[in-house]
Design a protein around this ligand. Structure first.
Ligand SMILES: Nc1ncnc2c1ncn2[C@@H]1O[C@H](COP(=O)(O)OP(=O)(O)OP(=O)(O)O)[C@@H](O)[C@H]1O
Length: 449
């Protein structure tokens, strides 16, 4: 079994040293830091199972440090060291998520017992997450509480006809989530039919969705079932539903109300039983206000609604998803890469992921392909993840070289997204282009699959 890792953050070197020696002799891997800043930096690379943290540090207080740590990896066990008489703050810290606290001067044996108990509980917790995320065949890997709660709500829902609208930025996993919902419903033995509404030309939309009769139009030499009919008994996934042209929205609404379709050129209504899951990366309420999306259709599609947070807002998912893709691509490319170096993990956790999980997947795929060592290091990661624009440009191009415009554009987009915390509308404004134009470029530069 891999040794459990412990990080000690305390400004008293004597305490750090004593703890380090004692815990190492118990078989733990131990690192130390003497300030909050150093502690958080080491945390990102070392990713310990347990942090033993002094409540009073020279540059910050322990509770703030604990909050930063938990924002990166929620399940980290934090054990606080407090001064005698500081119980009030210690209790507050435990309420905020610390596992326990010990008071100085402390008994080493007592600390070891607390540690072992905490590690046992953590192992149970992790098992639970893995089980939860693997229930369906399409694993949606997550540790995010909001998402896990939503899954359990859906699983408990007796009515598997209930339409669901999934919102979220591009690449956040809306389709994987839809598939997982289908696979955990009573409809799982019937088809799951995804339709990318933005990829079907407007003039073909009706015939693709509703099918057509022979001779309905020139070229209709055979009768053809539409995608809705093909999904009969199962689930229809309408991806990018906000892109459906207005005139077709009326037809879709009619189908949802009557639960029957009429093929193009056909006379009869054919009953079809499907559950609709739709997804959008647009704000449909805004589209309704602009007159681009029908309000009545919105309410039909959005009986249950869930917004998947972007990856940068669920940092605890970054490393588990990375490990998952590492396994996938190790198998696919016949490699045996064992993991990521601490520096690489640190870069992953600091990066803003404008293309979300799709971008992460592409980066790991590329890294697995180019890696030659046992671990993925920062060298296998794209330059733009590794530093500021100046560093990158300087590293790649000598001062006298002309930098390709595409490259500059890419870095500026990243900068704008970073400055606006990933808010696409605000970033587009900063860059002086439309939201749509920015989205197209994000797709091009950060999600190439
Ligand atoms: N939580 C997750 N666990 C495992 N894989 C994921 C997860 N989220 C996304 N992925 C993977 O990331 C990629 C993008 O996911 P998906 O197509 O579901 O995103 P999306 O939100 O539907 O994107 P778009 O809005 O561009 O259609 C896929 O390869 C998918 O398998």
């Amino acid at each position: 079994m891999k040794a459990k890792k412990i990080l000690i953050i305390d400004d008293e070197p004597a305490i750090c040293k004593a703890l380090q020696i004692s815990l190492k002799s118990e078989g733990f891997e131990v690192d130390t830091a003497f300030s909050a800043k150093e502690g958080i930096k080491k945390f990102k690379g070392f990713l310990p199972d347990v942090v033993i943290l002094d409540l009073r540090l020279p540059d910050s207080d322990g509770i703030k440090v604990m909050e930063s740590i938990k924002a990166i990896e929620r399940d980290t066990i934090v054990i606080l060291i407090t001064a005698y008489g500081d119980t009030k703050t210690a209790v507050e810290a435990v309420k905020k998520g610390a596992y326990d606290f010990i008071t100085k001067p402390f008994d080493l044996e007592e600390l070891k017992i607390t540690l072992k108990k905490a590690l046992k509980e953590k192992a149970l917790l992790e098992e639970n997450h893995i089980l939860k995320s693997l229930q369906g065949k399409s694993a949606f890997i997550t540790k995010d509480n909001e998402i896990l709660n939503f899954f359990s709500q859906i699983e408990n829902m007796a009515n598997t006809d209930c339409p669901i609208l999934i919102e979220g930025e591009t690449g956040t996993g809306k389709e994987v989530m839809a598939k997982m919902i289908h696979e955990s419903s009573d409809r799982r033995t019937k088809p799951f039919i995804p339709i990318n509404c933005s990829a079907i030309p407007a003039n073909l939309f009706e015939s693709e969705l509703f099918g057509y009769e022979k001779n309905a139009f020139t070229g209709a030499t055979e009768r053809k079932k539409g995608l809705i009919e093909l999904a009969d008994g199962g689930t229809l996934f309408l991806d990018e539903v906000g892109e459906i042209p207005l005139e077709l929205q009326a037809k879709l609404l009619r189908f949802l109300e009557e639960k029957a379709i009429r093929r193009v050129g056909g006379l009869n209504y054919i009953p079809v039983d499907v559950r609709i899951i739709s997804a959008t990366n647009r704000n449909l309420k805004e589209e309704i206000e602009r007159g681009n999306f029908r309000r009545d259709l919105y309410y039909r599609l959005c009986v249950v609604n869930f917004k998947i947070p972007p990856l940068r807002e669920r940092k605890e998912d970054i490393l588990p998803i990375s490990e998952h893709f590492l396994k996938v691509f190790n198998t696919q490319f016949n490699k045996n890469i064992k993991g990521f170096t601490e520096k690489a993990k640190e870069i992953f956790l600091d990066y803003s992921w404008p293309g979300n999980v799709r971008e992460l997947r592409n980066i790991i795929e590329r890294a697995v392909i180019i890696a030659r060592g046992e671990y993925i290091t920062e060298k296998e990661l794209p330059l733009e993840m590794r530093g500021s624009i100046d560093d990158i440009v300087l590293e790649k191009y000598p001062k006298t070289d002309v930098i390709p415009l595409e490259e500059l554009e890419k870095y500026h987009i990243k900068l704008a997204l970073e400055k606006t915390g990933g808010n696409i509308s605000k970033a587009a404004k900063l860059l002086g282009i439309s939201r749509f134009a920015l989205q197209r470029r994000i797709k091009k530069y950060f999600e190439s699959d």
